[in-house]
Design a protein around this ligand. Sequence first.
Ligand code: NAD
Length: 263
Amino acid sequence: MRVLDRFRLDGRVVLVTGGGSGLGRAMASAVAEVGASVAVVDRDGARAATVTRELTAAGARALAVTADVSRAEETERAVSATVAAFGRLDVLFNNAGITSVAARAHEFAEAEWRRVLDTNLTGVFLMARAALQIMLAQERGPSGLRGKLVNTASIWGLGGSQLHPVPAYAAAKGGVVNFTRELAAEYARDGITVNAIAPGFFQTNLSPRMREPDFATRFGSTVPLGRIAQPEELQGLAVFLASSASDYVTGQIIAIDGGITAV
Ligand code: NAD
């Protein structure tokens, strides 16, 4: 097979949580562009529908599903709707996430802690559980794989934040990092790879802070490459991890951060 052909996703089915905005939207459009059928799952149904319309207009097969990843029954419904529409599930981008109020741990509200953990960590578990049940029952492909999970962690799952206090977010993303390794070790012999993307600073709708006029310069100045990133800059890595180009990669946390974690 030619190298670029290894990045094609023709006939593959990809589910993206948080696919209605930001990084998830970029992931959805990237995998659709290289041939995948895509389920765009978001708790904001209007956003999911907009992205699905864009993908369909560009010639892809796409499905919008309104679901909250922190609710078990909704994660199961999202996966079942995907399989009902497209017949299988090859790749889960476990990407939906929220930010939290900036407060130090000694004054952080318990309800806010639970809200962040519910989506950013429990949501990742619930979606993985629902997807794994389908993947384990699928036939193995040519390189012996049955499916791929790609979790969205964060550089704040790899180290603390010096910019503002995010204890719940950092705890959840640190959980995603080692949950990724645990699943990779556990499911390798079942033919399921599990990796994570750890983004640095991308301009999305994640936080109101990102809409402040000085966000790009203030955060960009802390990055070795000297700038924040746009969501499209994550597309190459997303396609790599979803495609057979990465079939021998599992259990890895790949930072895409302009060099923040290098220093
Ligand atoms: P975003 O707000 O632009 O997009 C997130 C999407 O997820 C939204 O459409 C939102 O409706 C959806 N969502 C939130 N909670 C949900 C839930 N419980 N169920 C279903 N959908 C839900 O933000 P983004 O920056 O694209 O964030 C995507 C992921 O990337 C998150 O996990 C975030 O923590 C992570 N991340 C982002 C950055 C960054 O700089 N933008 C950096 C590191 C990690």
